[in-house]
Design a protein around this ligand. Structure first.
Ligand code: ZN
Length: 273
């Protein structure tokens, strides 16, 4: 089903938008994408609406307020990397789901289970920043582009694609985020995880949070989710946690410098709704 959908729609998207090159924030890596970011954002917003309809939201005022507070500060820092975002931060009720995600268009979801792991605002900022970094680095677009290349080889130009011009199916988008039923924990590769860690560390630091708390989140995740066969996105098993810890430690001076430098600088306008 998923494969068929990707095949049916991706050729049209490929034809509709020629490859674009862009520079990843913080790391400066050059990346090539075949998908139209505006379209990915539009479909992501739609997928988020579906998630809100299908998953009960928390009524815990303290957690909701905490996510809004932290989300607002992060979104100001990220403003220049996502100027068109319509930010929205939602706490989903599921207490067993130790997970969070961010979507193109500025949609962020946190499950109540995550609060078993994050103990303070700084740690919540670490997780949210990491997830948003996947978005600003356009890792989703890279994944969709890769899927398109593998799925459309030999199929491109097929008449069936024309009728679906401009469409990426919602479940294709959800799978790309690792949120589909079959796709949990599969969304990102090793380099993308390390890149999201590095960018996220800078984001949280620029927002005034202590980047050293990111290390504590990883520690706690290992403790809480030991033996879990389906790791949450933030705890993707590739790369392993010791690798991530080492990389985060290496990047800590850069992050602490960014935090100090940002202390006296104005951030982007407040755009949260
Ligand atoms: Zn990640």
């Amino acid at each position: 089903m998923k494969t068929a959908l990707i095949r049916a729609v991706s050729g049209a998207v490929l034809l509709a938008s020629l490859a674009g090159c862009y520079s990843v924030p913080v790391t400066g890596r050059r990346s090539m994408n075949l998908v139209d970011p505006t379209q990915v954002a539009r479909m992501s917003v739609q997928a988020f609406e579906e998630m809100k309809q299908q998953n009960p939201q928390s009524r815990d005022p303290a957690r909701i307020a905490q996510l809004q507070r932290v989300g607002e500060r992060i979104s100001r820092v990220v403003f220049w990397d996502m100027p068109n975002a319509d930010w929205e931060f939602v706490v989903f009720e599921d207490p067993e789901e130790i997970n969070a995600f961010a979507m193109s268009g500025g949609k962020v979801g946190v499950y109540m289970g995550l609060f078993k792991v994050v103990q303070n605002d700084d740690q919540l900022a670490a997780v949210i920043s990491h997830e948003i970094a996947h978005v600003t680095a356009r890792h989703i677009d890279e994944r969709l582009s890769k899927d398109m290349l593998t799925q459309t080889a030999g199929n491109i130009g097929g008449a069936a694609m024309v009728g679906t011009m401009g469409m990426i199916a919602t479940d294709t988008i959800l799978s790309a985020y690792g949120l589909g039923a079959e796709a949990r924990g599969l969304a990102f590769g090793r380099q993308q995880e390390l890149e999201a860690d590095r960018i996220g560390l800078v984001y949280m630091a620029k927002a005034g949070y202590d980047p050293r708390e990111a290390l504590k989140v990883l520690d706690k995740l290992v403790e809480v989710t030991a033996g879990d066969p389906e790791p949450a996105e933030y705890e993707s098993t590739h790369p392993t946690n010791p690798d991530r810890m080492r990389a985060l430690n290496d990047q800590m001076p850069e992050a602490l410098k960014a935090r100090a430098a940002a202390a006296n600088q104005p951030s982007g306008p407040q755009v949260i709704k």
